[in-house]
Design a protein around this ligand. Structure first.
Ligand SMILES: [Zn+2]
Length: 119
């Protein structure tokens, strides 16, 4: 990506809908999963949460979305970070971090089938 990033989100975040003005127009956000600069949609109207959506309401906000969101390798990195967060073992966490590095380097999943509902 050619844009310089000004803020990196946490390891599980690839979609962010902050209030207008939180991120100045000249600033960019990088994905917390893969590090790519996120796509920006500024000053849009709509819901930012499930309850607001179910109520048919919305408000003005910005939206930042990773261009890789939904790719299997990207979901796997998110799932691996979720496992790293939850495991009580530093040995398992180290192994999972090695796999994260490999998936990010190759941008290819090391496993196609895994739960996508926990993170
Ligand atoms: Zn990403």
């Amino acid at each position: 990506m050619s844009k310089d990033a000004d803020h990196k989100l946490d390891n599980l975040t690839d979609l962010w809908m902050p209030a207008i003005g939180i991120v100045p127009p000249d600033k960019h956000i990088t994905c917390g999963v893969c590090g790519d600069v996120m796509r920006e949609r500024r000053d849009i109207f709509g819901p930012t949460g499930m309850i607001e959506s179910m109520a048919g309401n919305g408000h003005r906000h910005d939206t930042f979305t990773c261009p890789n969101r939904g790719e299997v390798w990207h979901d796997q990195v998110r799932a691996l970070h979720s496992q790293i967060r939850d495991t009580p073992s530093v040995l398992i966490a180290d192994m999972l971090l090695q796999e994260v590095a490999e998936v990010l380097r190759t941008r290819t999943p090391t496993k196609e089938q895994f739960s996508r509902y926990r993170f």
